[in-house]
Design a binder for this molecule. Structure first.
Ligand code: VAH
Length: 321
Protein backbone atom coordinates (compact mmCIF):
# COMPACT_ATOMS: atom_id res chain seq x y z
CA UNK A 1 0.00 0.00 0.00
CA UNK A 2 1.08 3.58 -0.72
CA UNK A 3 0.40 6.55 1.59
CA UNK A 4 0.13 10.14 0.32
CA UNK A 5 0.18 12.70 3.13
CA UNK A 6 -1.09 16.09 1.99
CA UNK A 7 -3.11 14.31 -0.70
CA UNK A 8 -5.58 17.19 -1.10
CA UNK A 9 -2.92 19.77 -1.95
CA UNK A 10 -1.95 21.11 -5.37
CA UNK A 11 0.68 18.41 -5.96
CA UNK A 12 -0.83 15.74 -3.71
CA UNK A 13 -4.17 15.58 -5.48
CA UNK A 14 -2.61 14.99 -8.90
CA UNK A 15 0.04 12.59 -7.59
CA UNK A 16 -2.59 10.53 -5.73
CA UNK A 17 -4.70 10.18 -8.89
CA UNK A 18 -1.66 9.11 -10.93
CA UNK A 19 -0.54 6.60 -8.26
CA UNK A 20 -4.05 5.15 -8.18
CA UNK A 21 -3.93 4.72 -11.97
CA UNK A 22 -0.65 2.86 -11.52
CA UNK A 23 -1.33 0.75 -8.42
CA UNK A 24 -5.13 0.59 -8.27
CA UNK A 25 -7.32 2.94 -6.24
CA UNK A 26 -7.65 0.71 -3.17
CA UNK A 27 -3.85 0.50 -2.81
CA UNK A 28 -3.24 4.23 -2.47
CA UNK A 29 -4.38 5.83 0.79
CA UNK A 30 -4.96 9.59 0.59
CA UNK A 31 -4.39 11.36 3.93
CA UNK A 32 -4.89 15.00 4.79
CA UNK A 33 -6.09 17.30 7.56
CA UNK A 34 -9.45 17.71 5.80
CA UNK A 35 -11.51 15.54 3.46
CA UNK A 36 -11.03 16.01 -0.33
CA UNK A 37 -13.47 18.29 -2.15
CA UNK A 38 -12.43 17.04 -5.62
CA UNK A 39 -14.84 14.27 -6.70
CA UNK A 40 -12.26 12.23 -8.64
CA UNK A 41 -9.90 12.25 -5.63
CA UNK A 42 -12.73 11.51 -3.16
CA UNK A 43 -14.26 8.69 -5.18
CA UNK A 44 -11.10 6.89 -6.38
CA UNK A 45 -9.80 5.29 -3.19
CA UNK A 46 -9.49 5.32 0.64
CA UNK A 47 -9.13 8.60 2.54
CA UNK A 48 -7.84 9.06 6.10
CA UNK A 49 -8.32 12.35 7.95
CA UNK A 50 -5.10 12.87 9.91
CA UNK A 51 -2.80 15.53 11.32
CA UNK A 52 0.79 14.62 10.44
CA UNK A 53 1.81 16.12 13.81
CA UNK A 54 -0.27 13.50 15.65
CA UNK A 55 2.37 10.80 16.24
CA UNK A 56 -0.11 8.34 17.81
CA UNK A 57 -2.58 8.62 14.96
CA UNK A 58 0.23 8.25 12.42
CA UNK A 59 1.38 5.04 14.15
CA UNK A 60 -2.15 3.64 14.16
CA UNK A 61 -2.52 4.48 10.45
CA UNK A 62 0.74 2.69 9.59
CA UNK A 63 -0.31 -0.41 11.58
CA UNK A 64 -3.68 -0.46 9.83
CA UNK A 65 -2.29 -0.44 6.27
CA UNK A 66 1.41 -1.58 6.27
CA UNK A 67 2.75 1.01 3.81
CA UNK A 68 5.47 0.17 1.28
CA UNK A 69 5.86 3.77 0.09
CA UNK A 70 5.10 7.11 1.77
CA UNK A 71 4.86 10.42 -0.13
CA UNK A 72 5.00 13.21 2.46
CA UNK A 73 3.73 16.37 0.77
CA UNK A 74 2.09 18.25 3.66
CA UNK A 75 3.76 21.61 4.29
CA UNK A 76 3.14 25.32 4.69
CA UNK A 77 4.38 27.12 1.53
CA UNK A 78 6.53 30.24 1.24
CA UNK A 79 4.10 33.15 1.40
CA UNK A 80 1.82 31.59 4.03
CA UNK A 81 4.85 30.59 6.08
CA UNK A 82 5.96 34.21 6.40
CA UNK A 83 2.63 35.05 8.04
CA UNK A 84 3.05 32.28 10.64
CA UNK A 85 6.77 31.44 10.93
CA UNK A 86 6.73 29.29 14.09
CA UNK A 87 3.80 27.16 12.92
CA UNK A 88 5.35 26.78 9.46
CA UNK A 89 8.62 25.56 11.02
CA UNK A 90 6.74 23.18 13.36
CA UNK A 91 4.53 21.63 10.70
CA UNK A 92 7.29 21.39 8.07
CA UNK A 93 9.96 19.97 10.43
CA UNK A 94 8.03 17.91 13.01
CA UNK A 95 5.85 16.55 10.21
CA UNK A 96 8.97 15.37 8.39
CA UNK A 97 10.49 13.85 11.56
CA UNK A 98 7.26 11.93 12.27
CA UNK A 99 7.28 10.49 8.77
CA UNK A 100 11.00 9.61 8.75
CA UNK A 101 10.76 7.87 12.15
CA UNK A 102 7.55 6.05 11.21
CA UNK A 103 9.14 4.89 7.95
CA UNK A 104 12.13 3.49 9.87
CA UNK A 105 9.91 1.71 12.42
CA UNK A 106 7.63 0.22 9.75
CA UNK A 107 10.51 -0.63 7.38
CA UNK A 108 8.86 1.41 4.61
CA UNK A 109 10.75 0.71 1.35
CA UNK A 110 10.65 4.20 -0.08
CA UNK A 111 9.90 7.72 1.20
CA UNK A 112 9.41 10.74 -1.05
CA UNK A 113 9.62 14.28 0.30
CA UNK A 114 9.54 17.47 -1.83
CA UNK A 115 12.07 20.23 -1.50
CA UNK A 116 11.99 23.46 -3.51
CA UNK A 117 14.01 26.16 -5.25
CA UNK A 118 13.16 28.05 -2.06
CA UNK A 119 16.23 26.39 -0.44
CA UNK A 120 18.31 28.91 -2.41
CA UNK A 121 18.73 32.49 -1.22
CA UNK A 122 20.06 35.96 -2.13
CA UNK A 123 23.75 34.83 -2.30
CA UNK A 124 23.00 31.82 -4.51
CA UNK A 125 24.06 32.25 -8.18
CA UNK A 126 20.71 33.06 -9.84
CA UNK A 127 21.37 31.79 -13.38
CA UNK A 128 21.67 28.02 -13.93
CA UNK A 129 21.87 27.49 -10.17
CA UNK A 130 24.16 24.45 -9.62
CA UNK A 131 23.20 21.24 -7.75
CA UNK A 132 25.83 22.06 -5.07
CA UNK A 133 26.08 25.76 -4.21
CA UNK A 134 25.59 28.46 -1.59
CA UNK A 135 22.20 28.20 0.11
CA UNK A 136 21.07 31.07 2.35
CA UNK A 137 17.26 30.85 2.26
CA UNK A 138 15.52 33.77 3.94
CA UNK A 139 11.97 32.39 4.14
CA UNK A 140 10.86 30.02 6.89
CA UNK A 141 9.66 27.68 4.18
CA UNK A 142 13.09 27.74 2.50
CA UNK A 143 14.91 27.25 5.83
CA UNK A 144 12.65 24.27 6.62
CA UNK A 145 13.33 22.77 3.21
CA UNK A 146 17.10 23.25 3.61
CA UNK A 147 17.04 21.62 7.06
CA UNK A 148 14.70 18.91 5.79
CA UNK A 149 17.12 18.04 2.98
CA UNK A 150 19.95 17.62 5.50
CA UNK A 151 17.78 15.32 7.65
CA UNK A 152 16.75 13.20 4.65
CA UNK A 153 20.44 12.71 3.76
CA UNK A 154 21.16 11.90 7.44
CA UNK A 155 18.41 9.22 7.65
CA UNK A 156 19.77 7.69 4.45
CA UNK A 157 23.44 7.71 5.52
CA UNK A 158 22.92 6.75 9.19
CA UNK A 159 19.89 4.42 9.03
CA UNK A 160 19.74 3.36 5.38
CA UNK A 161 16.25 4.80 4.86
CA UNK A 162 15.62 5.10 1.10
CA UNK A 163 14.22 8.66 1.11
CA UNK A 164 14.29 10.65 -2.14
CA UNK A 165 13.63 14.30 -2.92
CA UNK A 166 13.26 16.91 -5.69
CA UNK A 167 13.72 20.70 -5.54
CA UNK A 168 10.54 21.63 -7.40
CA UNK A 169 10.30 24.93 -9.25
CA UNK A 170 6.93 26.67 -9.21
CA UNK A 171 4.28 24.08 -10.14
CA UNK A 172 1.35 24.90 -12.40
CA UNK A 173 -1.69 22.64 -12.70
CA UNK A 174 -5.39 22.96 -13.44
CA UNK A 175 -6.91 20.39 -11.05
CA UNK A 176 -6.32 21.87 -7.62
CA UNK A 177 -5.96 25.51 -6.68
CA UNK A 178 -2.56 26.15 -5.05
CA UNK A 179 -2.20 27.31 -1.47
CA UNK A 180 -0.06 30.25 -0.51
CA UNK A 181 2.92 29.97 -2.86
CA UNK A 182 4.91 32.80 -4.39
CA UNK A 183 4.76 31.16 -7.83
CA UNK A 184 1.00 30.69 -7.69
CA UNK A 185 0.31 33.83 -9.75
CA UNK A 186 1.08 31.56 -12.72
CA UNK A 187 -1.92 29.35 -11.90
CA UNK A 188 -4.40 32.10 -11.09
CA UNK A 189 -3.55 33.99 -14.30
CA UNK A 190 -5.08 31.24 -16.46
CA UNK A 191 -8.35 31.23 -14.47
CA UNK A 192 -8.67 35.03 -14.77
CA UNK A 193 -7.81 34.98 -18.50
CA UNK A 194 -10.55 32.41 -19.16
CA UNK A 195 -13.08 34.42 -17.14
CA UNK A 196 -12.22 37.51 -19.19
CA UNK A 197 -11.12 39.36 -16.07
CA UNK A 198 -8.20 41.76 -15.69
CA UNK A 199 -5.46 39.90 -13.80
CA UNK A 200 -3.77 41.67 -10.87
CA UNK A 201 -0.26 40.21 -10.73
CA UNK A 202 1.52 40.31 -7.34
CA UNK A 203 4.95 40.11 -9.03
CA UNK A 204 6.52 42.67 -11.40
CA UNK A 205 6.44 41.95 -15.15
CA UNK A 206 10.11 40.97 -15.47
CA UNK A 207 10.27 38.57 -12.48
CA UNK A 208 11.80 35.43 -13.98
CA UNK A 209 11.18 32.21 -11.99
CA UNK A 210 11.82 28.52 -12.67
CA UNK A 211 8.48 26.84 -13.38
CA UNK A 212 7.09 23.44 -14.38
CA UNK A 213 3.80 22.08 -15.68
CA UNK A 214 2.21 19.57 -13.30
CA UNK A 215 2.39 16.54 -15.65
CA UNK A 216 6.18 17.03 -15.81
CA UNK A 217 6.40 17.30 -12.02
CA UNK A 218 4.38 14.07 -11.60
CA UNK A 219 6.56 12.26 -14.17
CA UNK A 220 9.78 13.46 -12.50
CA UNK A 221 8.53 12.33 -9.08
CA UNK A 222 7.55 8.84 -10.24
CA UNK A 223 10.70 8.43 -12.38
CA UNK A 224 12.83 9.33 -9.34
CA UNK A 225 10.95 7.07 -6.90
CA UNK A 226 11.02 4.10 -9.31
CA UNK A 227 14.68 4.47 -10.36
CA UNK A 228 17.00 1.71 -9.03
CA UNK A 229 18.68 2.87 -5.78
CA UNK A 230 22.18 2.65 -7.29
CA UNK A 231 21.27 5.42 -9.76
CA UNK A 232 20.36 7.85 -6.96
CA UNK A 233 23.59 9.68 -6.14
CA UNK A 234 21.97 12.76 -4.53
CA UNK A 235 20.41 12.14 -1.13
CA UNK A 236 19.63 15.68 -0.04
CA UNK A 237 17.51 16.80 -3.04
CA UNK A 238 17.84 16.94 -6.83
CA UNK A 239 17.65 20.22 -8.73
CA UNK A 240 14.78 19.96 -11.21
CA UNK A 241 13.86 22.27 -14.05
CA UNK A 242 11.64 22.61 -17.12
CA UNK A 243 11.44 26.31 -18.02
CA UNK A 244 11.75 29.83 -16.65
CA UNK A 245 9.44 32.68 -17.52
CA UNK A 246 8.25 36.08 -16.34
CA UNK A 247 4.68 37.39 -15.94
CA UNK A 248 5.24 39.33 -19.18
CA UNK A 249 6.10 36.12 -21.05
CA UNK A 250 3.21 34.03 -19.72
CA UNK A 251 0.90 36.93 -20.63
CA UNK A 252 2.21 36.90 -24.22
CA UNK A 253 1.68 33.13 -24.32
CA UNK A 254 -1.93 33.46 -23.10
CA UNK A 255 -2.63 36.27 -25.61
CA UNK A 256 -1.93 33.82 -28.46
CA UNK A 257 -5.27 32.23 -27.41
CA UNK A 258 -7.05 35.14 -25.68
CA UNK A 259 -5.81 38.28 -27.48
CA UNK A 260 -7.64 40.81 -25.29
CA UNK A 261 -6.40 39.38 -21.98
CA UNK A 262 -5.34 42.24 -19.68
CA UNK A 263 -2.89 42.27 -16.75
CA UNK A 264 -1.96 44.93 -14.18
CA UNK A 265 1.16 44.62 -12.00
CA UNK A 266 0.80 45.25 -8.26
CA UNK A 267 3.91 43.74 -6.61
CA UNK A 268 3.44 42.93 -2.91
CA UNK A 269 5.57 41.26 -0.20
CA UNK A 270 5.91 38.18 -2.37
CA UNK A 271 8.16 40.20 -4.73
CA UNK A 272 10.95 40.08 -2.13
CA UNK A 273 10.58 36.30 -1.83
CA UNK A 274 10.72 35.86 -5.62
CA UNK A 275 13.78 38.16 -5.83
CA UNK A 276 15.63 35.88 -3.36
CA UNK A 277 15.17 32.81 -5.56
CA UNK A 278 17.05 31.63 -8.68
CA UNK A 279 15.90 32.67 -12.14
CA UNK A 280 17.00 29.39 -13.77
CA UNK A 281 18.17 26.00 -12.50
CA UNK A 282 20.86 23.57 -13.69
CA UNK A 283 19.32 20.10 -13.42
CA UNK A 284 22.03 18.22 -15.36
CA UNK A 285 22.63 15.90 -12.37
CA UNK A 286 19.00 14.69 -12.52
CA UNK A 287 19.37 14.26 -16.30
CA UNK A 288 22.53 12.17 -15.85
CA UNK A 289 21.51 10.10 -12.81
CA UNK A 290 17.95 9.03 -13.75
CA UNK A 291 17.30 10.42 -17.25
CA UNK A 292 15.17 13.45 -16.39
CA UNK A 293 13.69 15.29 -19.42
CA UNK A 294 10.69 17.68 -19.32
CA UNK A 295 7.95 17.51 -21.97
CA UNK A 296 6.21 20.91 -21.62
CA UNK A 297 7.47 24.37 -22.54
CA UNK A 298 5.48 27.59 -21.87
CA UNK A 299 3.30 27.53 -25.00
CA UNK A 300 2.54 23.81 -24.67
CA UNK A 301 1.54 24.37 -21.03
CA UNK A 302 -0.64 27.37 -21.91
CA UNK A 303 -2.46 25.41 -24.60
CA UNK A 304 -3.08 22.43 -22.28
CA UNK A 305 -4.02 24.57 -19.27
CA UNK A 306 -6.60 26.68 -21.17
CA UNK A 307 -8.07 23.60 -22.88
CA UNK A 308 -8.51 21.67 -19.60
CA UNK A 309 -9.66 24.65 -17.53
CA UNK A 310 -12.32 25.42 -20.14
CA UNK A 311 -13.44 21.76 -20.13
CA UNK A 312 -13.65 21.77 -16.31
CA UNK A 313 -15.63 25.02 -16.24
CA UNK A 314 -18.05 23.76 -18.93
CA UNK A 315 -18.59 20.54 -16.92
CA UNK A 316 -19.17 22.56 -13.74
CA UNK A 317 -21.67 24.80 -15.56
CA UNK A 318 -23.50 21.75 -16.90
CA UNK A 319 -23.53 20.16 -13.43
CA UNK A 320 -25.14 23.28 -11.94
CA UNK A 321 -27.88 23.55 -14.57
C1 VAH B 1 5.94 28.32 -3.21
N1 VAH B 1 4.96 26.89 -4.94
O1 VAH B 1 5.78 29.27 -3.95
C2 VAH B 1 5.89 26.92 -3.82
C3 VAH B 1 7.24 26.55 -4.35
C4 VAH B 1 9.19 27.29 -5.72
C5 VAH B 1 7.89 27.68 -5.14
O2 VAH B 1 8.06 26.11 -3.34
O3 VAH B 1 6.13 28.46 -2.04
Amino acid sequence: TVLVIGACGQLGSELTLELRNMYGGANVVAADIAAPKQADLRDSGPFEKIDVLDVKAMGELASKYKFKQIYHLAAVLSATGEKNPKFAWKLNMDGLFNVLDLALEQKVERVYWPSSIAVFGPSTPRQNTPQQTIMDPNTVYGISKQAGERWCAYYFEKYGLDVRSLRYPGLIGYKALPGGGTTDYAVDIYHKALEGEIFECFLSENTFLPMMYMPDAIKATLDLVHAPAEQIKVRDSYNLSAMSFSPEEITASIRKHIPDFEIVYKPDSRQQIADSWPQSIDDSTAQQDWGWKPAFDLDAMTEDMLLNLKKMKDEQTLAHQ
